[in-house]
Design a protein around this ligand. Structure first.
Ligand code: AMP
Length: 373
């Protein structure tokens, strides 16, 4: 049970964030705009978030004492990446409320749990089967078929921890690539498009969605998110209904990213959920009055949600590796929002920043703010 009553955190209050990456950085900037101070807990020093936070604590994510002490110094705790141990959340909960809820983190951390949870909600996911051994993989290939993707159950991100199987002959190589980690086999779905729902739910159950962006990945990493998506209204309506079902089932508070596949035969499948602000929602910083970061802070702090309407069309492009090197040229573009994460060294595959190019609104936004209670 949280030790502190669930009063809204007023201006001057303290937000605790577990994790120090760029998502923590942008959350801290949004919190500062609302007069809230951010405390960052991270296992490394000199993080992107620490550079803009009021206070930083360093320690392991398995150091439950240090996490409890960190939580004692703030009014509410959140997290900015999925691989926070549940025990860390439990330690934080002894001193402060934690949002999004523990259950959302538990489900999102394990692809097997996640797919099972989504299926039990009556949502459609790609065919999947659990793989803990070579024998399991042989059985899974029969039920799921090929082509397929073998994905580690835990600790996969940006396409990491995945091996594709074109035919059954690739099984040994795929298992080898994952080095025996518990996995699921997932049927490869013929995609027409990828989209996501960036939804926010307040502590009072009020819910709002941003327009669904169409997402393009390169090498398993998000490359662009575009609004309007160009997809039919019916797809957006269904996507929003899916997100509402998920956040209601989890009694969620905060921003959630729901990644969806639109199949070539017109079905909408849930790929995965991210119980945090999401890369495909970064465009909201430049194209909406309230960004996903501010709405996450508002939601976890018990504030009313901010408007999610889009005032501009937008294309967000991630700056990965050397993409941020021409920052000077990017800075000359008039309708471009430039966001650099303050990371020292550009490495291949490392997210260094993003840009959002905005243009006048061509279509009205689709998802009206809706209240579920
Ligand atoms: P993930 O890490 O599971 O989100 O996968 C990263 C990207 O790989 C997705 O955004 C898709 O582009 C692609 N992908 C993953 N799973 C599937 C699948 N079952 N069918 C088709 N494409 C997939």
């Amino acid at each position: 049970m949280p030790a502190k009553p669930l009063q809204p955190v007023p201006p001057g209050g303290r937000i605790g964030i577990l994790g120090g990456g760029q998502l923590g950085r942008m959350l801290a900037l949004a919190a500062a705009r609302l007069g809230l101070a951010t405390h960052i807990y991270s296992d490394s020093a000199g993080t992107p978030a620490a550079a803009v936070a009021a206070h930083t604590a360093n320690g392991g994510y398995d150091d439950e004492r240090a996490i409890a002490a960190f939580a004692a110094g703030v009014d509410v705790v959140t997290f900015e990446f999925e691989n926070i141990p549940l025990a860390a959340v439990d330690a934080a909960l002894t001193h402060a409320p934690v949002f999004p809820p523990r259950r959302a983190l538990e489900v999102a951390q394990d692809r097997w749990l996640e797919k099972s949870f989504l299926s039990e909600l009556g949502l459609t996911v790609a065919p999947f089967a659990m793989v803990s051994s070579e024998a399991d993989l042989a059985t899974a290939m029969q039920t799921v078929g090929t082509p397929a993707i073998l994905k580690t159950r835990r600790f996969g991100y940006d396409g990491k921890g995945q091996a594709r199987l074109a035919t059954a002959a690739d099984a040994a190589a795929a298992l080898n690539e994952l080095a025996g980690a518990p996995a699921i086999l997932e049927g490869l779905v013929p995609l027409a498009a990828e989209l996501s729902v960036i939804a926010v739910r307040g502590r009072d159950g009020a819910m709002a969605c941003y327009d669904c962006p169409a997402n393009v990945h390169r090498d398993g990493i998000l490359h662009t998110s575009t609004v309007p998506s160009g997809l039919p209204d019916a797809v957006h309506g269904e996507a929003t209904r899916i997100a509402r079902r998920i956040v209601t089932a989890l009694d969620y508070a905060g921003v959630i990213g729901v990644e969806l596949f639109l199949t070539q035969d017109g079905r909408l499948l849930v790929n995965e959920i991210a119980p945090r602000v999401h890369n495909s929602g970064h465009w909201t910083m430049d194209a909406c009055i309230t960004s996903q970061f501010e709405n996450h802070i508002r939601a976890i702090a018990g504030w009313p949600l901010g408007g999610t309407a889009r005032h501009s069309d937008a294309v967000m492009t991630n700056l990965i590796g050397d993409d941020a090197a021409p920052w000077r040229d990017l800075a000359t573009e008039a309708n471009l929002g430039l966001h650099l994460y303050g990371k020292g060294q550009a490495r291949a595959g490392r997210k260094m920043g993003h840009v959002t190019r905005i243009s006048p609104l061509r279509q009205p936004r689709r998802n009206a703010k809706d209240s579920t209670r």
